[in-house]
Design a binder for this molecule. Structure first.
Ligand code: GAR
Length: 193
């Protein structure tokens, strides 16, 4: 099993999907060992604690330095960004190359890159009038949302959609499915390498 850290900033529904998948025994290569938030009030921290996973908040000052120390101390082999809304430095992403993945709520290369996060992504998709959107899991490199794509799933945009309604459908029909699948796939690859 690969000791895995999940980085979060908010509600943590993607973290919950990872926890639920692990509890069902469907992610055998992933050991959820650590949850780190850059936001003290993130409900994701509660979700981690409830499931007996170590949960840490790290403040802005020396964030990456402290994060690296924590990851090393916990023997982490895979990092999953699950609604983590801070951009990581090139130094950090290089250090963890091939071991860090992210879920993004659109079909990359649409509606991605700096400034596209959370509801903003869905507002932009609705403003452009696309009929299909979705989610993407990708490796993280120094370019925001620019790393190699691991998995994607399409979701229909429906007449009358609000950003909130579309966000919920993309989560239910894409994110919560492909993130655990991709985490398992990458962990399995890492175990074999
Ligand atoms: C999710 O929709 C995730 O894809 C998105 O933030 C939301 C977090 O929800 N991430 C990004 O926009 C990253 N650019 P959650 O905290 O309930 O998992």
């Amino acid at each position: 099993m690969v000791r895995t850290a999940v980085l979060v900033s908010g509600g943590g529904t993607n973290l919950q999907a990872l926890i639920d998948t692990a509890e069902r025994g469907e992610m055998p290569s992933v050991e959820l060992a650590l949850v780190v938030s850059n936001s003290a009030g993130a409900f994701a921290l509660e979700r981690a604690k409830r499931s007996g996973i170590r949960a840490e908040y790290l403040e802005k000052a020396a964030f990456e330095e402290r994060l690296n120390a924590l990851l090393e101390a916990e023997g982490i082999g895979l990092i999953v960004l699950a609604g983590f809304l801070r951009i990581l430095s090139a130094d950090f992403t290089r250090r963890w190359a091939g071991r860090i993945i992210n879920i993004h709520p659109s079909l990359i290369p649409s509606f991605c890159g700096e400034g596209y996060y959370g509801l903003r992504v869905h507002s932009a998709a609705l403003a452009r009038g696309v009929k299909v959107t979705g989610a993407t899991v990708h490796f993280v490199n120094e370019i925001p949302d620019g790393g190699e794509i691991i998995a994607q799933r399409a979701v229909e945009v429906l007449p009358g959609d609000t950003p909130e309604a579309l966000q919920r459908r993309v989560m239910e029909q894409a994110e919560w499915i492909i993130l655990p699948q991709a985490a398992e796939k990458v962990a399995e690859m890492l175990e074999r390498s």
